[in-house]
Unconditional design. Sequence first.
Length: 362
Amino acid sequence: MSEKQLSPDVLKTRQHFEILDGLRGIAALAVVTFHFMEVAYSDYSQDFIGHGFLAVDFFFCLSGFVIAYAYDDRISKMGVLEFFKSRIIRLHPLVVFGSILGLLTFLFDPFGGHSELYSVGRLVVLVGCSALMIPIGGMPDRYFNLFGFNAPAWSLFWEYVANIVYAFVLSRLKKRYLLALTVISAAGICYVARQSGNLMGGWSTGTFWDGAVRISYSFLAGMLVYRFNWVIKNKLGFIGVSVLLTFAFLLPFSQSWNWLTEPLVVLLYFPLLIALGAGARLREGFKKFCVFSGNISYPLYMTHYAFIWVFANYYTAHKPGAGKLSLIIIVSEIFLVTIAYLVMTYFDIPVRKYLSSKRKID
């Protein structure tokens, strides 16, 4: 079906689950806090939010639910090409922006860095691969992150892969086969956790395939929640479900037990939270906050890490005490939320509106 034959209703974004949007913002803030804290505390057992990285698995699970909800009944009408256009317009402007921002903070970091070690040609290749979502891991001084200029983009790489698989396979798959794939993926989660001792991998060249395992289960589990209508009606509200989500990130980090506790959170707890969040009743007073939280989550996620490297170089050079460190992190997070809001308002939304306008039906 060509784009001119499409009804505008087919391309229109469906209504959001506001509480799930709010939870996405909570998870994004947890990731930001985790990244600040891991600079100061290399021993994650001393980190109060040592499991903040599990927010990525929550994102994957939420994505599976939302994609199934938004596209299961219309991808056959809109076609695979239009689905890909929708996802690229939604995701890729900030992939490019985050890559350029990462390059700029690398070149002009006031607290250090080794930009002089990189030729112009090498920098062009690195930022180009980052902007085009080509995992390269070519920066040893950045621990061989797959995307050195924007480390969190590793999860977006797997998000793109999941979207491709969804378009060609999962959108057509019957529920019993989807369930079978989810069970197999669950076994993969348990294997990775047992072999590595945790589920922290996926961001580097050495842990690349851990990312495939992490998104395979969580994305499928999110789809299952929607496909089987495992929505649990409840009165927890946004605050109640947010507290339950936060518990997962504050779970003590234990080298002895992570192989067990982390799979339990990913396999059972996060799908349960999606079911609860989709079924919870939202009080009117929290609606604007949830909408803002959901809107700001992706810009925050895709822009914050450029400044984490700057913070890391500052911390290495100055080693601030606990009190000063806490103040710096709090002020920095407010700053990063502000930056994310400005990027969303003056770059992401206008660019997406422009690209979307090219698809409007005459």
